[in-house]
Design a binder for this molecule. Sequence first.
Ligand code: NAG
Ligand code: NAG
Ligand code: NAG
Ligand code: NAG
Length: 410
Amino acid sequence: MLRRVNFYSICIAFGLSVLLILAGSRYTDNTSYRPSPESRRNIRNFLKVEDGEDTVVQPIPTNTYDGSPNIEKILEKTRSKIKFDLLNYNFSYSGVHQLEDLLLESDGKPLRSLIISTWRSGTTFLGEVLNAMPGNFYHYEPLLKYEIIQIRGPPHADEALSIMKKMMKCKYDGMEDYFEYGKGHLHQFSHNTRLWDHCKYKKELCFDAEFTAKFCKLFPFQSMKVVRVRLRLIQEILQDKELNVKVVLLIRDPRGVMQSRQHRIFCQPAPDCWKPELLCADMISDYVAAGRLLEEYPNRLMVLRYEELALNPNVTTHKLLKFLGLSVTPSIDEFLHSHTNVEVAGVSSTFRISRDVPFRWKNVLSFNFVEEIQMTCKEAMNLWGYRMAHNASHMTSKEFYPLEQYSLTQ
Ligand SMILES: *[C@@H]1O[C@H](CO)[C@@H](O)[C@H](O)[C@H]1NC(C)=O
Ligand SMILES: *[C@@H]1O[C@H](CO)[C@@H](O)[C@H](O)[C@H]1NC(C)=O
Ligand SMILES: *[C@@H]1O[C@H](CO)[C@@H](O)[C@H](O)[C@H]1NC(C)=O
Ligand SMILES: *[C@@H]1O[C@H](CO)[C@@H](O)[C@H](O)[C@H]1NC(C)=O
């Protein structure tokens, strides 16, 4: 008996020392062993996700032989999730019989929407509303790589339009620049929440053209937002019968835009961003283009003023979804409820929208600056229905309501 106990303790002691030696060599011999910043970030993301109230941590499925992501399994999981999320969706509202009719991977045609605007005009909010739709794939700012410029024609227009069209068709071949830029600017992908759900665990997936193309083709609804291309050029996209895209032009009072841009460091060195004369010349150009395109494509372009959206988010969003052929889902109502009633702190913390946001500039900007904008933007403001403030006290008074009616057909 005693001998047997001894035998076991010797075995255990031997086993332990082998383990200690192995562990020791791992951590002491190889002095360069440290968690990389990458893995530390992953741990943080992991914790953050776990902290969320109702998010369940679902690391992506991987191949057992090398731990690489199992693409087929990810696609299959996503396919089922989309089907499940749209179980109660009435597809006749979107002009088809069933989900498959809207899927590129089953030779269907997705419902596509394109938001055209400029910086600080409420596109973040609008983009998030549309992305609250189950089964939506959000092509967030495909033209980020051009940095802070407006594209009005050559030299960038052809390439920019081609990128937009390719992405809306889920074609990602030859898009090395897009993926390369994204490597240093992950927000290019993270706004596309359904893609990010997977590639946040394995960033390489975000940069993988083949995976992105396959993944994109699973989604019945496809939205895109662009703040760097003027509406005039969008004619080429409206002409594309295969795309059959619906376009939303979002316009905002130049005084509100300039006030909001003051908080953005990216704006200052870029004339297209901080010169009111360029902003307002674009507004005139957009006005002319909108009138012409509405005549040619009456059911494919909708024009919205940011202020109307902010003052009346529910009614305006319902109108917009109807135009896009989307039925209002509980998730949309939930989004509107949580993002139009709840205070979120901090200037960069997105898309809270409320009745005081659109006219905040009245109490924040100096009248001198407002007068300067008004002089430069007289025509643009007149066309889009924005009233002038006459003097400093008029500007801040309750009687001064900056909005009036406007018409796109004259
Ligand atoms: C030591 O660790 C580094 C980084 O983890 C690794 O690249 C290297 O191959 C290791 N060297 C040995 C001898 O294990
Ligand atoms: C779906 O919507 C159409 C009208 O858009 C309606 O006629 C039809 O009854 C609805 N189907 C269901 C199952 O609710
Ligand atoms: C939002 O607007 C829609 C359509 O105008 C209306 O049916 C609905 O009751 C509104 N919801 C709320 C919470 O006001
Ligand atoms: C400011 O403008 C308002 C409205 O035009 C006008 O009634 C008022 O007299 C002006 N005040 C001053 C100090 O000029």
